[in-house]
Design a protein around this ligand. Structure first.
Ligand code: CU
Length: 501
């Protein structure tokens, strides 16, 4: 969603921040100097294996557009961190900013002390301070790291900043056959508030809505507007990037006819849902959120909710110079795309809008598949209190919002280790919510009335007035945060804590 068309001119000389974050297959041979791969050092008693420095830097996203944003190691996205599954790493995190920070290892099943969420009890990295952490990376696949600080009304904090970077955990077994491996991080910049705004959601399938949830949501909204409230704030952006560059400003993805290219795509947005298509090509999805699908599924285009990841193979069999970009014309015109260029092809990059295609999560698992019965089911109803907190929408789960001013709150849900739990998620609002469970992987068991099994994820979009069921095994004791990954929603109540008893 673009907020308004104003173009801001940034004056001043560009720094030496050019270069592509596209990485070659061997990360240690990645050429561009700005995409430093952090070399693991063998000695964990002395220097850390990796160092991540949080600081505010100028970042050039286009030739005339240099932003001041907080980043990891002075670059956006943060350096690709390649770990080996099961092999412990030590990481020094330096915080060169004036605010306490949290660095969250999204999608990993690691202890509370290092997970990077104050709500679970992870210590903050103090302003101008450091913290050394160690953990054993798992599970394998595409993960990422990002700040877990709340932003509230501050549009330069939290994930509105540049604190996002990809993590790839090498599996112990064969990763598959491909000729090139390319990491793409999708991210918007220059956020502004607006009053209200629509979010695309007609791409989800099935489109079944629950009338009871719709009645509930619509009557609450009507009541609020009847009382004279304005619509709560939403966020829009002026600039859109892939790997930190607006379309046409970074290095193209260079391919050769006949190659099999493995794309690892991360939606690093604070608030947005993204789509991606490459004209004339098909994506064969092999993993979602880093977890292999029961079998690969070919689709003409991709949808990724905030924080979702897709690993997909594209066979390069349609020579030309193409725009791999977002379906939303406005967002693509303002930068959300990257050029894919075949060897020996020349000319202006072409965009061709794909035919409509609906995104059906069930189809990425085993449609109609059955799963084990849970030991216990938790009901969760999501509701919006329009403009309920200083002009911002307030979000509740079963009528309760997570305290906006407090970091730690008592756990609402209690788990027993070894038990299987089902979350019955019911969305009584018209927004899509990319819900996220920390420190665990969940299985989608029912989406908008359709049963499925075998799709393992850590983020899932729950459509407006829709219901979804996800199951997880309580296999990682410690406080565990559940929240909507839309920054504006999580910051204003849409969180809940699980503990183990
Ligand atoms: Cu949400």
């Amino acid at each position: 969603m673009i907020s308004h068309p104003s173009r801001r001119a940034f004056l001043g000389a560009a720094g030496a921040l050019v270069g592509s974050a596209v990485l070659s297959r061997n990360p240690l041979l990645a050429a561009p100097c700005t995409t430093a791969i952090l070399d693991p050092a063998p000695d964990t008693d002395g220097p850390a294996d990796y160092t991540v420095t949080i600081a505010t830097n100028p970042i050039e996203i286009a030739s005339d557009r240099i932003l001041s944003i907080t980043t990891y190691n002075g670059q956006f996205p943060g350096p690709l961190l390649r770990f080996k599954e099961g092999q412990q790493v030590t990481i020094d995190i330096h915080n060169n900013t004036d605010t306490p920070e949290q660095l969250h290892w999204h999608g990993q099943t690691i202890p509370v002390d290092v997970d990077g969420a104050a709500e679970e009890g992870t210590p903050f990295i103090p302003p101008h301070g450091s913290r050394r952490i160690s953990f054993t990376p798992r599970p394998s696949g595409l993960r990422f790291y990002h700040t877990h600080a709340r932003a509230g009304a501050n549009l330069s904090a939290g994930q509105y900043s540049g604190q996002v970077g990809p993590v790839y955990i090498e599996p112990k077994d064969n990763p598959g056959s491909y000729d090139q491996e390319i990491f793409l991080t999708l991210k918007e910049f220059q956020p502004t508030f607006s009053r209200g705004g629509d979010m695309a959601m007609d791409f989800l399938s099935p489109a079944t809505v629950v009338q009871e949830l719709k009645d509930k949501g619509e009557s609450a909204m009507k009541e609020s507007l009847d009382h004279g409230n304005p619509h709560g704030f939403e966020v829009g952006y002026d600039s859109f990037t892939i790997n930190g560059k607006m379309l046409g400003h970074g290095e193209p993805v260079r391919v050769k006819q006949g190659q099999r290219v493995l794309f690892h795509i991360l939606n690093g947005s604070a608030t947005e849902i993204r789509s991606l298509a490459l004209p004339g090509h098909t994506f064969t999805i092999i993993a979602m959120d880093g977890n292999p699908l029961p079998k690969p599924v070919s689709v003409p285009l991709l949808w990724l909710g905030t924080a979702e990841r897709i690993s997909a193979i594209v066979e390069m069999n349609h020579p030309g110079v193409w725009i791999m970009g977002d379906l939303a014309d406005d967002d693509r015109h303002h930068g959300m795309g990257i050029v894919v260029e075949y060897a020996n092809s020349k000319g202006k990059a072409q965009w061709i809008a794909p035919k409509p295609f609906r995104w059906n999560y069930s189809s990425f698992g085993n449609p109609g598949g059955t799963t084990a019965q849970p030991d216990e089911t938790f009901e969760m109803v999501f509701e919006k209190v329009n403009a309920g907190f200083e002009g911002f929408n307030l979000w509740t789960i079963n009528g309760k919002f997570y305290p906006v001013e407090k970091m730690m709150a008592p756990a609402t849900y209690h788990l027993h280790e070894g038990k299987r739990y089902r979350l019955h998620l019911r969305n009584a609002s018209d927004d899509i919510h990319p819900i996220h469970l920390h420190r665990h992987t969940f299985e989608l068991t029912r989406y908008a009335g359709q049963a499925t099994s075998g799709l393992m994820k850590d983020v899932l979009m729950v459509g407006g007035y829709q219901e979804v069921e996800i199951d997880f095994l309580a296999n990682n004791p410690g406080n565990t945060l559940f929240h909507c990954h839309q920054q504006l929603h999580m910051d204003f109540g849409f969180m809940s804590l699980f503990d183990y008893i």
